[in-house]
Design a protein. Structure first.
Length: 137
């Protein structure tokens, strides 16, 4: 089950008929995020498999996962924001159980991202799911 914050994005997307508007909304979500501190932009937080530069910094805080992230590409920053809505504030076991591909499919993202962006998104999901699995065991 996706988080309530992600469900809000799903509802917002339902009102946007045009994919261009949805794309803009994803970009705006990314612009609204705080930048990742430079001290966290290190090889350990860098996500391989992305065409752009991507850093993710997941943590356990009060028994739930919270992560920060940043990319040098606007749309990827937006995808990070969407993933934050999907995963943040959930216990690791719940994060590990989420079928991210199905949830993101509800937004139509699977059909509208380039192959490179899709690969990068998959790499980000794998990083976060791996962190959740390691944290719940």
């Amino acid at each position: 089950m996706a988080s309530a914050a992600f469900e809000e994005i799903v509802e917002d997307f339902e009102f946007l008929d045009d994919w261009e508007d949805r794309y803009r909304m994803v970009i705006e979500l990314g612009k609204a995020m705080d930048p990742l501190p430079d001290a966290l932009k290190v090889p350990a937080t860098k996500v391989d498999g992305c065409a752009s530069q991507v850093w993710l910094h997941p943590q356990i805080d009060g028994g739930v996962i919270r992560f920060e992230g940043e990319s040098d590409a606007m749309i990827v920053n937006g995808l990070i924001a969407v993933l934050r809505k999907l995963y943040n504030d959930l216990p690791p076991a719940e994060v590990a159980a989420i079928d991210a591909r199905a949830e993101l499919g509800r937004l139509g993202l699977n059909d509208h991202l380039s192959a490179q962006r899709s690969n990068g998104l998959r790499a980000m999901i794998e990083r976060l799911q791996g962190f959740a699995q390691a944290s719940s065991s």
